[in-house]
Write a protein of this length. Structure first.
Length: 169
């Protein structure tokens, strides 16, 4: 059991594999002269479905501004192989666990709720798509609780060691 008596599917068990994958793939890309890209997207970022200190460390994040459903649309437009397009997102924390199972919602509904919360779609469209008030509240709460993951991983000191800051020799 986790905080407040709620069942925790997994807590930080994906941290080590993510860091390992980050360094292994980075070394392999460098060895082969390839560019390592982050697959982090707007949906995962806004709901905190990322390992802080991994995905945002990659300098190239081409889809970070797109919702998960937009990435699926782009993949179809680019005619990517169906095996890639139909792959079920998984947090890689336990065999058989999918993102949507762990989150308790489908990505298309999460994306609509996020788009509404960020001012992108009107409330009527949200309701006509079938997103319930409970689902909207769930996404709002997940986003609020994960806001710390959207701050920089490495914060700079708030000290000023320059001459103007009072450095004396």
């Amino acid at each position: 059991m986790g905080r407040e008596g709620k069942r925790v599917v997994c807590e930080d068990q994906n941290l080590r594999p993510e860091l390992h994958r980050f360094w292994v793939l980075g070394a392999e890309a460098a060895e082969k002269g390839l560019l390592l890209l982050s697959a982090a997207n707007r949906t995962e970022t806004m709901i905190g479905w990322v390992v802080k200190g991994c995905a945002e460390m990659l300098p190239h994040r081409p889809v970070v501004g797109l919702y998960k459903t937009q990435i699926r649309q782009l993949a179809k437009f680019l005619n990517l192989p169906e095996g890639i397009r139909k792959q079920i997102p998984s947090p890689d924390m336990m065999k058989g666990i999918t993102d949507e199972f762990a989150l308790g919602m489908r990505y298309d509904r999460i994306d609509l709720a996020l788009d509404y919360l960020e001012g992108g779609i009107p409330e009527e469209k949200l309701h006509s798509a079938g997103v319930t008030p409970e689902e909207l509240d769930r996404v709002r709460e997940i986003s609020r609780l994960s806001s710390w993951k959207r701050s920089p991983a490495i914060l700079t000191a708030q000290l000023d060691g320059s001459i103007q800051g009072g450095l004396r020799i």
